[in-house]
Design a binder for this molecule. Structure first.
Ligand SMILES: Cc1cc2nc3c(=O)[nH]c(=O)nc-3n(C[C@H](O)[C@H](O)[C@H](O)COP(=O)(O)OP(=O)(O)OC[C@H]3O[C@@H](n4cnc5c(N)ncnc54)[C@H](O)[C@@H]3O)c2cc1C
Length: 442
């Protein structure tokens, strides 16, 4: 890797580190125009180098895909606990480079909390952070490299913190009669002090309906929605078309998981949450990595579909949710997408706030020009970004990618902050060859 970078720097050829290529922000795209770029595929740097069971850590090469890493850790009785929706097709290096978060972030944290040290090859040499990530020695170089999106160098390996595989993973569905009640339950769970879920994922009403429609016919919510149980729930004021589904999971030793669930159901009960049991939860666990790819089928059928993640504190969450939903709906219609469909999942909850993962779907403009189609979706995103910032939210969208100005608006870090980040880029990559489309390279 070092030789490739040195060779490219001499010739001013761009290097784009490529993990799984699952970036949704154009992070692995070359610069437009006639610049020469090399896409550096990390696929063959894919080995688990060593597992330190005593310290619960693993040294791994960065090009390893999620399933390969988890299966090798699983064989040794461990898990990393990082399960993004793109788990099947994304790599450790990509997760670190984009500061990723997975479904189980409530229990295991984001990738930045799992990363103990990183080895990065930059155009000016190798940078290796040493020792435990919790050392108190000044500015964290590690956290500068995490989230660097290939703009400083190529992550070749990392030491990650791992955890014993849980004895039991008990994921269940709980139905609320409105998203407001679901949100209140999520906040209470996150702030309870004695509940330690690994997954908290709340679907609003359109998302609950979509989930029921798309989940496997034989299992889960689809079966339930069509069964007598749903008829009974309706008489009690729970209508799937208006309701909000919470997926909640506790992991660990059997008895303690049971106790956590008893307490969690009391909290959900305070907000009229009704347990749908394990079938829904287990079906979701099985299908969660498949549903996002529905997007590809829909695009193939003339639909405009994309997602945007925003976040805020609990006190502002309902306000942000309303602002995002209404901006998306308005923009779909304004760009000729019809009345559209928008839905939000609330996830990555902490004591302090949560992430809103919004998905929009509308009619694609009738043209064969992919740039015009892209511009339509981009206009919807931009309107939503503007509404998010105006509503006091922040963007948490898996990286800056090729449109940093959209997600990192000029001035948001101030003139001094921008100068510092540019200086970092200059120090790691004076010739500006590393993934030039990303970050503050311009
Ligand atoms: C359907 C779908 C669902 C998704 N869900 C999630 C989610 O739940 N959570 C989440 O965080 N993200 C999600 N993403 C976004 C994406 O999967 C993540 O950003 C992921 O971390 C990218 O990993 P990758 O290996 O595919 O990286 P790539 O897409 O190949 O690269 C992403 C960026 O990282 C850089 N990079 C990659 N490898 C290295 C390396 N070894 N060294 C230096 N730079 C590198 C690239 O240059 C690029 O800038 C989703 C994407 C899709 C398509």
């Amino acid at each position: 890797v070092a030789s490739v970078l040195a060779w490219a720097a001499e010739r001013e050829i761009a290097i784009i580190p490529f993990g799984g290529g699952s970036s949704i922000v154009g992070g692995v795209e070359p610069l437009p125009g006639d610049h020469i770029s090399i896409t550096l595929d990390m696929a063959r740097l894919n080995r688990v180098l060593s597992i330190d069971a005593a310290s619960r850590s693993v040294r791994v090469q960065a090009g390893i895909l999620g399933p390969a890493l988890e299966s090798q850790l699983g064989a040794a009785g461990f898990t990393l606990g990082h399960f993004p929706e793109s788990f099947s097709f994304s790599t450790l290096g990509g997760w670190i480079a984009t500061r990723g978060v997975g479904y189980s972030s409530v229990g295991y944290g984001g990738i930045e909390q799992m990363t103990q040290s990183v080895r990065m090859v930059t155009p000016v040499g190798v940078v290796e952070t040493k020792g435990p990530s919790w050392n108190g020695a000044g500015t964290s170089l590690l956290q500068t490299l995490v989230g660097s999106e290939g703009a400083y160098g190529v992550i070749t390996e990392a030491t990650m913190l791992i955890h014993p595989l849980p004895e039991l993973q008990d994921c269940r569905g709980v139905l609320f009669s409105s998203v407001a009640e679901g949100l209140a339950a999520c906040q209470d769970i996150a702030q309870s002090g004695n509940l330690r879920p690994t997954i908290v994922q709340l679907y609003d009403a359109p998302g609950t309906v979509a989930f029921a429609l798309t989940s496997d016919r034989r299992h889960g919510l689809r079966r339930l929605a069509g069964s007598l149980v749903s008829g009974y729930l309706k008489t009690q004021g729970y209508d799937f078309s208006q309701s909000s589904l919470l997926l909640l999971s506790f992991e660990g030793e059997g008895k303690s998981v049971g106790r956590q669930w008893d307490r969690a159901l009391e909290v959900c009960g305070d907000h009229r949450g009704v347990s749908l049991g394990r079938a829904v939860g287990q079906a979701w666990l099985r299908e969660r990595f498949l549903q996002p790819y529905l997007r590809d089928d829909l695009i193939g059928h003339g639909a405009m579909v994309d997602t945007l993640d925003t976040s805020t504190n609990w006190s502002n969450l309902t306000h942000l949710y309303t602002a995002v939903m209404s901006a998306m709906k308005g923009a779909i219609s304004a760009t000729g997408g019809g009345s559209g469909y928008v839905t939000t999942q609330i996830s990555h909850v902490t004591e302090h706030g949560a992430v809103l993962h919004a998905t929009f779907l509308g009619r694609q403009v009738a043209t064969v020009d992919p740039l015009v189609r892209q511009a339509q979706a981009q206009a919807v995103k931009q309107a939503t970004i503007d509404a998010t910032l105006a509503a006091g939210g922040t963007l948490s969208h898996h990286g800056l990618g090729s449109r940093p100005a959209d997600v990192w608006p000029e001035g948001s870090m101030g003139a001094v902050g921008a100068r510092v980040v540019r200086a970092l880029k200059q120090a790691f990559d004076p010739a500006g060859i590393m993934n030039p489309i990303v970050h503050v390279a311009s």
